[in-house]
Design a protein around this ligand. Structure first.
Ligand code: ASP
Length: 439
């Protein structure tokens, strides 16, 4: 049994968190491969090390001395080292890095990657685990994708059997020998790649919440965590607004059918959320909605034309207009003689009047209406499929709360029910649904 465990920034923020990690690892000996983020915030006013590293690089680019910021970074690591009594010389590497930085010889990506690098060095020394530098196994192609086969092979050849390993997240090496980082939050991807490379039984992603929550905690008080979610449901939830994992972290483990478990470093007794391709037995067959999410600020462009249903090509013409402006459309609800295009306002607003002109010219509708300040809410749940009455319950609950529905959309896979409401009703709609389905 092998578990690859990844700890995010808040789990790596100070010496106390390092101790929690050690306890988590010693409570389960199959947790042998550890992927770490850079130190995150210790409290809401604190700074993430990665942010400070980017800031430091920006200073040097403009010829501004970054010693103050650099010292903030190094002192975080030295403090953790000294509080935990770890015997490790970091000063020499810090001094060398600063010298190269002052000489403008460090790229932005290389500097940003040092947060994870020093985290991993420190954690490896603390746990007496092997340190495996991601520059030696995560191999990027020139186009920024990862060469999975070569990377997997390289990691497998470096892991020493019988000894635990600590791996820095977030970066790898380009074919030309330069360090490259993933986009922000990318240590999740490194963890997923490591789990796939080593054919782990589970990929545990440890963070500071007890799993993916059923609804946004800024909207619903103390929402329950989702115990089990499929990859397809997760995709729906994140597309419609829930921020959980880095998108790129799903593919490597999903491809190898490795379950992904989100856990809480500050509450290790909680089971968290388990993400798998499918679930055989249902732990809670009466829970039809897995999660509720959504986003505000959509624009609906509605076109109506008498006899539209009998005409060929109206929709194509409308979509071609959007394509010309490089806009992807999120939803296309339609009626017999109407069709609506639903897009995020921030994308469509800069071109709105040109687009309306082109739609009028190309699709020749009788009228075009534009509505903005629309929010889209998605109720996601694999168990809704082929079960009558769920949408009835949703719309009855919204109706009772006097919330007007501006649009309804459901795909034939019945994985979600999506509807539009006015922005002002967004939070209330989510609360109403949450409470009517968790009772
Ligand atoms: N440290 C990087 C960031 O802040 C990557 C990560 O933590 O996943 O984005």
């Amino acid at each position: 049994m092998l578990k690859v465990v990844k700890f995010g920034g808040s789990s790596m923020a100070d010496a106390g968190q390092y101790q929690k990690i050690r306890d988590i690892l010693s409570s389960d000996p199959s947790r042998r491969v550890v992927v770490v983020s850079a130190a995150g915030k210790r409290h809401s006013k604190d700074h993430k090390i990665t942010d400070l590293l980017y800031l430091c690089h920006a200073h040097t680019q403009y010829g501004v001395d970054c010693t103050g910021v650099f010292d903030m970074i190094t002192s975080r690591y030295l403090e953790i080292r000294d509080q935990l009594n770890i015997k490790l010389d970091l000063e020499t590497e810090f001094a060398d890095l600063k010298r190269r930085l002052d000489a403008k010889a460090v790229t932005q990506d290389e500097l940003a990657s040092r947060g994870e690098y020093f985290s991993a060095k420190l954690m490896a020394a603390y746990l007496d685990f092997q340190f495996i530098d991601s520059a030696n196994w995560v191999k990027f192609n020139f186009d920024g994708t990862v060469d999975q086969d070569a990377s997997y092979e390289a990691l497998r050849s470096q892991v020493v059997m019988g000894k635990g390993a600590v791996i820095p997240g977030f970066y790898g090496l380009m074919p030309d020998g330069h360090i490259r980082t993933f986009s922000r939050g990318g240590s999740d991807i490194t963890g997923s790649l490591a789990a796939a490379a080593l054919n782990a039984d589970v990929y545990e992603n440890w963070t500071d919440v007890s799993g993916i929550l059923m609804a946004d905690p800024r909207i619903v008080d103390d929402p329950e965590a989702i115990p089990e979610v499929t990859y397809d449901e997760l995709r729906e939830l994140s597309y419609s607004g829930a921020q959980v994992l880095h998108e790129g972290s799903i593919f490597p483990v999903r491809e190898k059918n490795i379950p992904l478990n989100i856990r809480n470093t500050n509450a290790p007794e909680d089971a968290g959320t388990l993400i798998k391709e499918s679930f055989d037995a249902d732990t809670d067959p009466n829970r039809f909605i897995t999660g509720i999410t959504g986003k505000k600020d959509f624009t609906i462009i509605s076109m109506s034309k008498r006899g539209m249903s009998n005409q060929v090509g109206v929709l194509r013409k409308a979509l071609t207009v959007l394509e010309r402006h490089n806009l992807s459309v999120d939803y296309v609800p339609n009626g017999i003689d109407t069709v609506s295009l639903v897009l995020p306002t921030e994308n469509v607003a800069p071109h709105l009047y040109t687009i309306l002109g082109e739609l009028q010219q190309d699709a020749e509708p009788d009228s075009i209406d534009v509505h903005d300040q629309i929010a889209v809410v998605a109720a996601v749940g694999r168990k809704m499929a082929f079960r009558p009455g769920i949408s009835g319950k949703i719309f009855a609950a919204l109706g009772e709360a006097d919330i007007n529905i501006r649009m309804i959309n459901q795909g034939p896979d019945e994985l979600n029910i999506i509807f539009g409401v006015d922005n002002k009703d967004f939070a209330r709609a989510i609360r109403v649904l949450y409470h009517s389905f968790t009772k």
